[in-house]
Each structure stands twice: as C-alpha cells, then as structure tokens.
Design a protein around this ligand. Structure first.
Ligand code: SOE
Length: 388
C-alpha cells in the first residue's frame, strides 16, 4: 500500500539547504520511514537565484517569499535552513500555521527567542526538531548505547573540542556568521552548540560553567552581500572595514547536573589545519571512548576489563551493519560520510512525526543548549562560575 506523503517546504538554500535537500531526497531510497516526503518548495532570500534548488536539488517549486510559503495549506513540514536570526520568525509563523518544524542550530540568537520558539511549538502541539546533526553518526549512537548500558561505568570526564580554521586569514570577509545581529554568537553558538548538545545527549545536562572567549581578528572587510545570497562561510570583499562583534573562540568548563562529572569544551575557528575537527573524549570508571568527526566511521574504545598485557585503545569500525543506520546503506566497511547524517536526521524525524517525539533533539533540547551558551557568555564577562 502506498504510504502517506508529507509535503516539505525548505526555507533557506545555502550550505545547510543543500545538506537538508540531500536528506529529504535520499531518505525514502535508503530507509523506510512511515511517511514519504515530497520536496514541494524551496524558498530563498528575496532576489536569490533558486535555479540550483529546482534543477539540481530536486525541489518541485521555488520561491523567494517565506511568509507565503509557511502559510500554504498544502505544506506539512517547514524545514528552516536560514541564517540564525531568521529561525524565530519563521518557526513561530510555521507553528501558528500548524506545521511540523525542523530548524537548524543554534535554535536562535538568544535564550529569550529560543524560549519563544519553544512556547510556540508547544502551544500549537506540532512536532519539532533542532538539527544537531552529529547525534546521527552511527559511532555516536553506539557510544550513547554503551554509556546507557553502563559499559563505561561512572563518567569522570567529558572532553570536547570542535576546531575549525576557515576564518584564520585576516582577509576573510565579514560574513553573517561574524555579526551578532545575524548569528547571536560566534564559534560558541555555531560549533560550541554542537558539542554542548553532544554532552547533554551522551552524559547529562551542564548545570554551571566557567569560561573565556576571544575575538582574535577584530575588524574585517565588508563583502558584497552579507546575508542571503552568499553562504555563511564565504564572500567577496568591498574594501570597507567592519567590527567583528562575536567570539572567534570560546573555552568553557562545566559540571554535570546530579553527577560527579566534569566537562571541558573548546570551540574555535582559529585552529589551522583543523577543518571540521569535532572530537569528543569520554573517560569513565570502566573505560573510555574517543570519536572525531573527521574520521567519523570509527571510534576508539579502551576497556579496563581487558587483560592487563592486552590493554590499549581498540579502533572500532562503526560502519558495519549492526550499528545504527548502517544496514540501510552498504555492506560491511563500505563507509558513509557527513551528508548521510542528514538522511538519518530526516528519517528519525519522519519516524517521530505522528507521536511528535522520537530519537532526535527537540526544541526543548535546543533551549537547554541555548541556556548553556548564555551562561558561557555571562561567565566570560563576569570571570566567575555561572549557573545555567
Ligand atoms: C560552519 O562552522 C558549520 O557549517 C556549522 O554551522 C555547522 O553546524 C557544522 O556542522 C559545520 O560547520
């Protein structure tokens, strides 16, 4: 019997728009979700050329008017891939129109706006997911399973570093990700949000923080276009200078609620050679695990139960059937990549669509993350521990 279809509207069509399009397009080919997504309409910024979204990414229609799109009666799911500052108005309008909502991370520029988004989806009782995509790596799912089963014992340390290097060049222009009014915060909200969410997902909620933040390059050249038509990670210079008003790097320490666990985080765009080095290390009384996104199909596991003379980190292949999602792709060891995480993400959302919950991060989780980000900023200026 043919499955029920759901019509998707995607708002925002840059880097994340491309990853989400790939997710919607592949999910029915490799997985068996309870609903078949129809890629109905992709919407860009006013004036943005949407030819690629239609001709290459597979959207039936394109638009440049998000307000019209989110209110269309034929749309079931609104998927928000815009720059951060547009997440709240689009999500709140979509909730009012009764649509299920996917939003990219960080949920919003501020905790207050994130809370307003959460209130809106709760009031409208619509399914909601925030795109913390790294949760959907098979290795991360396995580590979660191991921790839940107690295989690492009591967790002493969660240690995460998310390092990139795409703005180290002082001539790199002032893109929207470097302006507070568009992005909220810098490395903290963009990539610190991912590792904060991974900490919440894997070991528990951060309840207090101490931190330091830095902006290494304080002025940058204004590009030809700041929001919309260009990707958040590139742009052409005009020669005019503007002030960077967000962090280039944030380092923070946290304590985990109700647990005797310490967490340390580093989020930086100033680590030359580290392209997308999102790495976590978890040390427990029974063993330890290490994972790095740049080598995402494996993780390293140390078990204290191994005989002493054979102890050491073993490299576990998490790309064998038996690991989450992998059986739907290729035979053993035929690896998957970054783009697959978005297919898994859309799959989980479609599985939870009816119940409005499932194996995915909700706006509630995203607000929890936002609370930590806000406390980190507060601690950086007070130079004291701050409660989350
Ligand atoms: C840019 O730093 C970025 O695209 C982030 O916004 C994404 O969330 C991350 O997954 C990759 O890098």
């Amino acid at each position: 019997m043919a499955k029920k279809t759901v019509n998707v509207a995607m708002i925002g069509a840059a880097f994340m728009g491309k990853t989400h399009s790939n997710g919607w397009r592949k999910v029915g080919m490799f997985f068996d979700p309870p609903y078949t997504p129809v890629m109905k309409v992709a919407c860009g910024a006013p004036g943005e050329d949407m030819t690629v979204a239609k001709e290459k990414w597979g959207w039936e229609e394109v638009s440049n008017n998000w307000e019209e799109v989110v209110n269309r009666p034929d749309i079931d799911i609104v998927d928000i891939c815009t720059p951060n500052w547009l997440h709240p108005p689009v999500a709140i309008a979509a909730a009012k129109a009764g649509k299920a909502i996917v939003s990219e991370k960080p949920l919003s520029n501020s905790l207050a706006e994130g809370q307003a988004m959460l209130d809106a989806v709760k009031k409208a009782r619509v399914a909601n997911m925030c795109g913390f995509s790294y949760r959907f790596a098979p290795a991360v799912q396995k580590i979660k399973q191991m921790i839940t089963k107690g295989e690492l014992g009591h967790i002493f340390h969660f240690r995460a570093a998310y390092q990139q290097d795409w703005i180290v060049d002082p001539n790199f222009p002032m893109v929207w990700r470097l302006k507070k009014k568009y992005t909220g915060s810098g490395a903290l909200g963009d990539i610190g949000a991912h590792i904060t969410d991974l900490c919440h997902f894997l070991v528990g909620d951060v309840c207090e923080v101490a931190s330091a933040m830095e902006t290494f390059i304080k002025k940058r050249q204004v590009p030809t276009s700041n929001v919309g038509g260009i990707s958040g990670t590139s742009g052409k210079n005009t020669g005019k200078m503007d002030t960077v008003d967000v962090d280039d790097a944030a380092v923070y320490l946290g304590r985990i609620k109700g647990a005797n666990t310490l967490a340390t985080f580093e989020a930086t765009r100033f680590a030359p050679g580290r392209r997308n080095y999102n790495t976590i290390e978890i040390y427990g009384s029974e063993g330890s695990v290490l994972w790095n996104q740049e080598d995402m199909n494996v993780f390293h596991y140390f078990s204290r139960k191994d005989p002493g003379t054979l102890q050491g980190f073993r490299k576990v292949q998490a790309c064998d059937p038996g690991h989450a999602y992998v059986g739907n792709w290729w035979p053993s060891g035929h690896i998957i990549g970054y783009e697959h995480l978005f297919v898994h993400e859309m799959y989980e959302f479609l599985c939870g669509l009816k119940a409005k919950k499932g194996n995915y991060p909700t706006f509630e989780d995203a607000v929890k993350c936002q609370r930590v980000l806000e406390a980190v900023e507060k601690a950086a200026s007070s130079k004291k521990w701050e409660k989350v």
